[in-house]
Design a protein around this ligand. Structure first.
Ligand code: SAM
Length: 215
């Protein structure tokens, strides 16, 4: 059975002709996309041959003719209408987008760090349609974006926490804010840091917006 995180990633994929599962490792995202009939073809991509071999072993024989396995860094000249780039650092995801000859129409991203930088990079070419915090043993950000000529603008809070988290906060997002608030307050009690204080201000602003929405 897929974890809540992997399930959410697959749920976010639009129906597409070619999906690139970049940084596929075990290949579960691409394999599920084939099994659910969400993608007609999947290009499994990983910089590590060893990881790619796992995806090839896990891919059921019935789908082998719809799958290809490419060992390379990022997308490069691979053409896909959708790309899932999940479970790696945000700066790596940005460098994969920057290095793509052709940007996929839709991207489903799950950066592990530097999430605001990913949002800032996305809005140069994409419109973010979903940006949700989920809890699955730890907190993860799941971002879906479509190529767009319209420049989307995000407030500082939206850049920090994600558009849909602010407009439609889920319980997982509220739990994340409360967890951050406790963590940052404990740090400030132990030592004084302007950076931590600024982060806490943003967390408390987001909590205040949510409180006002609930009134
Ligand atoms: C932690 S795994 C994530 C696997 C899967 N996408 C997930 O979300 O569960 C990260 C994978 O990304 C691969 N990777 C990291 N940087 C990459 C890059 N620039 N191009 C292709 N693969 C990369 C790693 O080799 C590793 O297999």
């Amino acid at each position: 059975m897929l974890s809540k995180r992997l399930n959410k990633l697959v749920d976010c994929l639009p129906h597409c002709s070619t999906l690139a599962d970049v940084g596929c490792d075990h290949g579960y995202v691409g394999i599920q996309a084939l099994e659910r009939g969400v993608a007609r073809q999947v290009i499994f991509v990983d910089i590590s041959q060893e990881c790619l071999n796992k995806a090839a072993e896990n891919c059921p024989a019935a789908f082998k003719s719809n799958a290809s396995f490419v060992c390379r860094n990022g997308l490069g000249n691979i053409r896909a209408d959708t790309a899932a780039i999940c479970g790696m650092g945000g700066l790596e995801i940005i460098s994969i987008l920057d290095g793509a000859d052709t940007l996929p129409k839709t991207v489903v991203l799950q950066p592990m760090r530097n999430v605001s930088e990913v949002r800032a990079r996305l809005i140069e070419d994409y419109k973010i349609t979903l940006d949700e915090k989920i809890y699955d043993g730890k907190f993860y950000d799941v971002i879906v974006a479509d190529l767009s000529n319209e420049r989307q603008s995000l407030t500082e809070l939206e850049l920090q926490f994600g558009l849909s988290n602010i407009s439609c906060p889920t319980q997982d997002f509220v739990d994340y804010l409360l967890w951050e608030q406790t963590k940052l307050t404990n740090i400030l009690n132990a030592c004084s840091s302007q950076e931590v204080r600024s982060k806490l201000v943003l967390v408390e602003q987001a909590l205040e917006i949510i409180r006002r929405k609930q009134l």
